[in-house]
Design a protein around this ligand. Structure first.
Ligand SMILES: C[S@@+](CC[C@H](N)C(=O)[O-])C[C@H]1O[C@@H](n2cnc3c(N)ncnc32)[C@H](O)[C@@H]1O
Length: 240
């Protein structure tokens, strides 16, 4: 997997701040009395580090060494076990809760996605909980994302000019090409990202096939039941 540019990782938390999605995970962890939490695709660890509590084991795993380097250096990062890799590298021990926040599910294509679900099931205790969100393909959010006119903003790495191409290459598979030009140095960083927009029924079936039962599918972070119009599908599944 090509890694992220470190200058763009420095901007990740500003662009994706703590919010209702993280509140939901923290509440769920407290409600089920989670003593051990696994954060798959933890990125910069912006959520992971806030899950730390006395007596609770927290593991963050991500295949990006640039993301993990940032996570290790963040406040509270020393209390988390960081693992470079994917679900094949989950450390031993049973977890009460596994999370994939920030639409990680959409970053993992099949069959790696099915393997990820199966590996997470193995890592959970009986009746352990897995939660993650995925954007509802019926809402077609990607149709509003294209931004071909460059915009500029100041960053710690100088002025950044950005523009974005969005292409639905197959039904439910969207390729983003993000152009990031650091004006002072003239560096142009081009990122290609493929996002999978899976339908609710497909994800539910994949969860069942991996050995989970689906407890809830929420349409927002306040736990309103998901409908066809909900922009998000937030899955809460339990290990069989
Ligand atoms: C949009 S970021 C989300 C980061 C973090 N969970 C958050 O909420 O801010 C997606 C993350 O998924 C990670 N990722 C990509 N493929 C993965 C895989 N196969 N297994 C686990 N994580 C993966 C990326 O490296 C990236 O850090």
């Amino acid at each position: 997997m090509p890694d992220y540019d470190a200058r763009l990782v420095d901007l990740y938390d500003v662009d994706n701040p703590d919010g209702a999605d993280h509140d939901y995970v923290r509440s769920l962890a407290d409600e089920i009395g989670a003593q051990s939490i696994l954060d798959v695709g933890c990125g910069t660890g912006i959520l992971t580090a806030t899950l730390v509590q006395a007596g609770r084991r927290v593991v963050g795993i991500d295949p990006s060494s640039t993301m993990l380097a940032y996570a290790r250096g963040r406040a509270g990062g020393g209390e988390v076990t960081w693992v470079l890799g994917d679900s094949r590298n989950i450390p031993a021990g049973r977890f009460d809760l596994a999370v994939m926040s920030g639409n990680v599910a959409q970053h993992i294509p099949d069959p790696a996605w099915e393997r990820t679900l199966s590996d997470i099931r193995t890592a959970l205790r009986d009746d352990g909980v897995l939660t993650f969100e995925s954007r509802n393909p019926l809402a077609r959010a990607w149709t509003t994302w294209s931004n071909v006119e460059p915009t500029s903003r100041p960053t710690p790495h100088g002025l950044l000019r950005e523009w974005l191409d969005v292409d639905e290459i197959q039904p439910g598979r969207v390729v983003l090409t993000a152009y990031n030009e650091f004006v002072q140095t003239g560096d142009l960083v081009i990122e290609h990202l493929t996002l999978e927009f899976r339908e609710r029924e497909q994800i539910e079936q994949q969860l069942v096939d991996a050995g989970f039962h689906v407890a809830n599918v929420w349409g927002d972070w306040s736990r309103t039941a998901s409908t066809n119009d909900s922009p998000l599908m937030i899955f809460e599944a339990r290990r069989n």
